[in-house]
Design a protein around this ligand. Sequence first.
Ligand code: SAM
Length: 287
Amino acid sequence: MVGYRAHVASPEGTPPVTDNQTISGDQGPPELNSGMPHSARVWNYWLGGKDNFPADRQVGDMVLEAFPSIVDVARASRAFLVRAVRYLAGEAGVGQFLDIGTGLPTADNTHEVAQRVAPASRIVYVDNDPIVLAHARALLTSSGEGATAYLDADLRDPDTILAGAADTLAFDRPVALMLMGIMGHVGDDDEARSIVRRLLDALPSGGYLALCDGVDTDPAGVAAQAQYNESGAIPYHLRSPERIAGFFEGLELVEPGVVSCSRWRPDPAAGGAPKEVAAFGGVGRKP
Ligand SMILES: C[S@@+](CC[C@H](N)C(=O)[O-])C[C@H]1O[C@@H](n2cnc3c(N)ncnc32)[C@H](O)[C@@H]1O
């Protein structure tokens, strides 16, 4: 069994508790390879963050030059996350979130958005990047009524994730599974679909999937992605919008379905029709 550490902020803790208990298989201190570009840090660079290294900025700039719209993709994906969580915690009434591929803390992290709408929301974050782990404290600022936890674990090991998440989430009540910008790291479609299916199988009826990922609709984006994948970073594979929609098979799609992230229930206050970006996503309910 692959080990993971859980860092938990619980409702009993005021201020929020950050503990460091090893739940299973302590792997020692995280290894941080700052000389190699990494998805979470390059993403942070495109979002205008400061938690990145020269190797990340170099690859980030290379992609930016070939595909300047990558900044719109990153921002629109993040804005989609916020609108999807707001919908799930509000209209859909889901009080629990399993956010796999969390990324570096930024403005409006999942627990902040959910707990603004429903303060008792419980969130488990999962990522396998040591620098995300190093910043996890910022994700553990739960409201007193709710809870947040962080698991250092790999998407490819759903059983370990589900076992760790069960300490914080009750899987007999609706949970929203969030896979934002992560499925592209699993290039093989069968493997990717099987991971999503295994995670969805653990959700009861009334659970949700919220997913958004890069698509291959823009030739400049496809060319830039090929360059990125040769940089030494863990490759990210763009899918067609139809293949993104395939992840929702068996679920009831929430309107407007699987669309460009910018066009999923856009904020009326933003005004006008949002520009399409090369990332598609949606929200689906398990019947
Ligand atoms: C592009 S970022 C997306 C961050 C965030 N979800 C967002 O939408 O802004 C992808 C994240 O997935 C994480 N990741 C990539 N492969 C992973 C894996 N196999 N297991 C867990 N996390 C992974 C990376 O470390 C990174 O933080």
